[in-house]
Design a protein around this ligand. Structure first.
Ligand SMILES: [Zn+2]
Length: 163
């Protein structure tokens, strides 16, 4: 994953660290904000959200609603639903973006590089051959936001066709 050059992530690094957990905060907001917040799908115990500071186009995250730090804290129901949402995520990404591969994983704990280290989440990063040079053209933050909304709309459409 770290071979991808993602210069816009500097905006994320530069942001003042908030005490609020965004993975708790966003699902608590009204559904009307889902598009703005890039919340793609609300499951029963877990949800899918686009990463606002993506390593690649279509970078998704799946998290439980509960604020728990590690996979070992998940109930069986949560663990099962997260994997169901993983299947769903790959289906909609395949359908809309046709990636040639995926990086899927979790960073557990600060030492492992977790940005949000107290709320477990799974990353799904679509990959294409040669994509290490794919995104740098989009280094302007405003363009990134528009691009993310477009990706969100495409994935939402695919979701509606599948569910
Ligand atoms: Zn949380």
């Amino acid at each position: 994953m770290d071979r991808l050059w993602a210069p816009w992530r500097i905006e994320y690094i530069k942001q003042p660290k908030s005490d609020k957990c965004i993975l708790c905060e966003i699902p608590r907001q009204s559904r009307e904000n889902d598009r703005k917040n890039l919340l793609l799908y609300r499951g029963e115990k877990a949800f899918i959200i686009l990463n606002r500071y993506p390593y690649n186009n279509g970078h998704l995250m799946i998290a439980p609603y509960r604020h728990v730090p590690s996979v070992i804290n998940l109930t069986d129901d949560e663990a099962i639903e997260i994997h169901k949402l993983l299947k769903l995520s790959i289906k909609i990404l395949d359908k809309t973006m046709k990636p040639e591969g995926y990086n899927i994983g979790a960073n557990i704990g600060k030492a492992a590089g977790a940005g949000i280290d107290m709320h477990y989440h799974l990353h799904i990063v679509p990959r294409w051959v040669g994509d290490t040079n794919y995104m740098p053209v989009l280094s302007d933050t405003k363009i990134i936001v528009e691009y993310l909304q477009q990706t969100y709309d495409n994935l939402k459409k695919a979701l509606k066709e599948i569910i």
